[in-house]
Design a protein around this ligand. Structure first.
Ligand SMILES: Nc1nc2c(c(=O)[nH]1)N[C@H]1C(S)=C(S)[C@@H](COP(=O)(O)O)O[C@H]1N2
Ligand SMILES: [Mo]
Length: 306
């Protein structure tokens, strides 16, 4: 992200338009989803008429997962080496129930649902993805965080033997990848822990067996392959902020009015995007979810807290 300019998607990865869901089908589907979620269809899915679902081929082969390399195709090429079963998660910090838990035991009894969200990377490309996820709040509440818990921190697996990018001499990242949210952001109904996409189990390159999705924030907040959850009093560090604090903040709310120091955030390339069909469109405040989440930041200077 910081280190290299993202390459354009090769034409071979662009799926013909015939595979897109047609608009009618899509809107019907999102209405059903919205009803099931107890929030208005438009509010939750928040979809615009031209938000067609990104072809699965693209969402699973054009990735950022630096543990497997910095190239967009590296994760799809190398992540199959990752062992995701068994998967142990360590819960620690300001909570009554801490310790080591099997991933299956944490999600047992919780309901996952399909959520079609826009996904906006800080590099100014975007997708629309049908995730299968569980509200993060219902996961976190099981551990009974105390009133001292103001933030929650997530860490990715550290396993250089299976994650070739962690071994790399040239990597400037201080592994493991770490991210965090304020508790009210973590408890927001749009925030989900994802276990699948396109109706299938989550592929390794997208963060198996589970990863965060916070649809109103830049993609780097959505940490993959999580093995640690820690409740904290103080704001946790986050990987990209540590690497370049003037370029990547802690909040990372999608904001067309605040440019990255090296490029504008006013618009985005919606994948599939090519030189002939750039599919460029304006970026929306909070990635189009302002009605739902803007109140979380009342009174905050979003230029300073970018
Ligand atoms: N552990 C880990 N999580 C990560 C990243 C990463 O490099 N390592 N990249 C982030 C970035 S910059 C983006 S845009 C999204 C990409 O998710 P996707 O590959 O499923 O589209 O994952 C985020 N989560
Ligand atoms: Mo990103």
């Amino acid at each position: 992200m910081l280190i290299r300019k993202p390459p354009d998607i090769p034409g071979s990865e662009i799926t013909p338009e015939s595979v897109y869901l047609n608009r009618r089908q899509f809107l019907q589907q999102s209405a059903v989803l919205g009803a099931g979620m107890g929030l208005s269809a438009q509010a939750v899915a928040g979809l615009q008429a031209d938000d067609s679902v990104t072809p699965e081929m693209i969402a699973t082969s054009y990735n950022n997962f630096y543990e497997f390399g910095t190239g967009k195709s590296d994760p799809a090429q190398y992540a199959h080496n990752l062992t995701t079963d068994p998967w142990t998660v360590t819960v620690s910090g300001e909570a009554n129930k801490t310790g080591k838990f099997a991933f299956e035991d944490i999600i047992k009894g919780l309901t996952s649902e399909e959520r079609i969200y826009r996904f906006r990377c800080v590099e100014a490309w975007s997708m629309v993805v049908p995730w299968q996820g569980i509200e993060l709040k219902s996961i976190l509440q099981q551990f009974e965080p105390t009133s001292k818990a103001k933030y929650v921190e997530f860490k990715t697996l550290m396993r250089p033997s299976e994650m070739r990018g962690q071994d790399s001499f040239f990597s400037s990242i201080d592994w493991p990848y770490v991210e965090g949210l304020r508790m009210d952001e973590a408890y927001h109904p749009l925030t989900i822990m994802v276990v699948g996409m396109y109706g299938k189990t989550l592929p390794n390159q997208n963060g198996a067996p589970w990863r965060l999705i916070v649809p109103w924030k830049y993609g780097f907040k959505s940490v993959k392959s999580i093995v640690s959850i820690r409740f904290t009093k103080r704001r946790p560090r986050n990987t990209w902020n540590q690497l370049a604090a003037n370029e990547y903040g802690f909040y990372a709310n999608v904001n067309p009015a605040v440019s990255h120091p090296r490029w504008s955030q006013a618009s985005e390339r919606r994948l599939p995007s090519s030189l002939l069909k750039p599919n460029r469109r304006p970026t929306l405040p909070f990635n189009g979810y302002a009605d739902e989440v803007a109140s979380l930041y009342t009174g905050m200077d979003l230029r300073r807290n970018f």
